[in-house]
Design a protein around this ligand. Structure first.
Ligand SMILES: Cc1ncc(COP(=O)(O)O)c(C=O)c1O
Length: 379
């Protein structure tokens, strides 16, 4: 079940992103009805905003489905610009944050370049770096006692040759926000070192996929750090992962470096139309934020009662450590038997002793709580 690199046999093939088992695989393996499987591994919401059903039923999309979507996704970019408080020309639309991350890697990373990742973080940063035949410089985050924050001095020292620095705030899979001022301070350090060395500062990707959950964004820092690229998505807080809509927000000259790699029409007309409407409807967002916050508190309480120790989280997922990697694997297996799919980490991962669990709805989370309560191997 744990992610396995596909590059074992052929070193020229980079490791790919690895998913947990599909609903069908879990259903087959444990003889369960496929409809009973619940995904606790993907940090998604159990249902899209209510307005989506109405929009789909109306069937009126921005342009006819016989045509390609507008090449510049202009209405969607304008809606995103209003929501994020930036000019529309500083927005680039992509097929999810993942496509944006891919375009950034294509635009800025080449063979032998270095890209820095405070680890653990979102798995795609490593995958995309290695696909460009660039080198990952992994700088461990401070551990549980250090709030799993990135270590500013260590990142600064390791970034001296970095072309790209991948940051994620709040961070997946740790579910925490970096301490106040840390990222700004790091950007200042990186700019000062680059100036002293007489080179360009690294491109800093600041992945804010979960930022709505804390209502804070560092998008304003692009004014002082022109090589900052902020990444946003409608997949998480807006509960629209299936649409595949994400954004890069950066200064025009930086976006201009990425745009040549943009494929034509990667975001469907249906997705463009629905995302535009939902971004313009603040209630859709606030409803889900309120729901997630309340349900997260309930789930944390319930897991604690079951003897588990979820770490603090500002996001729609929880990181839950167990005594050992073997204990985490046993718990994962017991959950799968109930049709509940956790996110696991491979044996060589710093979080091998942990599971990541999405906050879902009450009924689904109650199944998780019942399973947790019935396990002896709680920690
Ligand atoms: C930190 C982070 N960035 C990006 C993504 C991908 O987002 P999208 O669905 O917009 O491609 C995820 C999805 O889990 C994520 O956790």
């Amino acid at each position: 079940m744990s992610p396995t690199p596909t590059s074992m046999s052929d070193p020229r093939v980079p490791a790919s992103y690895s998913w947990e088992a599909t609903d069908e695989e879990v259903a087959r393996r444990y003889r369960l009805p496929v409809e009973s499987i619940v995904r606790f591994d993907l940090n998604t919401s159990p249902a899209p905003p209510a307005a989506v059903a109405r929009l789909l039923a109306a069937g009126r999309f921005e342009t006819s489905l016989s045509e390609y979507p507008p090449s510049d996704y202009r209405r969607l970019a304008a809606a995103a610009a209003r929501v994020y408080g930036v000019p529309a020309e500083e927005i680039l639309v992509g097929a999810g944050a993942d496509e944006i991350l891919d375009l950034v890697a294509k635009a800025f990373l080449g063979e032998g370049d270095q890209a820095l990742i405070p680890t653990p973080s979102y798995a795609m940063y490593r995958v995309l770096t290695e696909q460009r035949r660039a080198e990952v410089v992994a700088v461990p985050r401070l551990g549980p006692d250090g709030e799993r924050a990135l270590e500013r001095a260590a990142v600064r020292a390791a970034a001296r040759r970095a072309v790209v620095v991948w940051l994620c705030n709040p961070n997946n899979p740790t579910g925490r926000l970096e301490p106040d001022g840390l990222i700004k301070g790091l950007l200042d350090d990186l700019a000062a070192d680059a100036a002293a060395d007489g080179r360009d500062a690294p491109i800093v990707v600041l992945d804010e996929a979960y930022s709505e959950f804390v209502g804070r964004s560092l998008v304003g820092l692009r004014a002082t750090y022109p090589r900052l690229i902020v990444v946003r998505t409608v997949s998480k807080a807006y509960a629209l992962a299936g649409l595949r809509v994400g954004f890069a927000i950066a200064r025009r000259e930086t976006l201009a470096r990425i745009e040549p790699y943009r494929p034509p029409g990667s975001v469907s007309t249906v997705s463009v139309s629905i995302a535009t409407e939902i971004l313009d409807d603040p209630d859709s967002l606030t409803d889900n934020l309120g729901r997630v916050a309340a349900e997260r508190a309930r789930l944390v309480d319930g897991l604690r009662t079951a003897g588990w120790h979820p770490e603090p989280s500002v996001t729609n997922f929880l990181l839950v450590p167990f005594d050992s990697a073997e204990a985490a694997a046993r718990v994962a297996e017991a959950l799968l038997r109930e049709g509940l799919v956790p996110r696991t980490f491979p044996a060589d991962h710093p979080l091998a002793n942990s599971l990541r669990l999405t906050v879902r709805d009450q009924a689904q989370d109650d199944r998780l709580l019942a399973a947790a309560g019935s396990m002896e191997t709680s920690r």
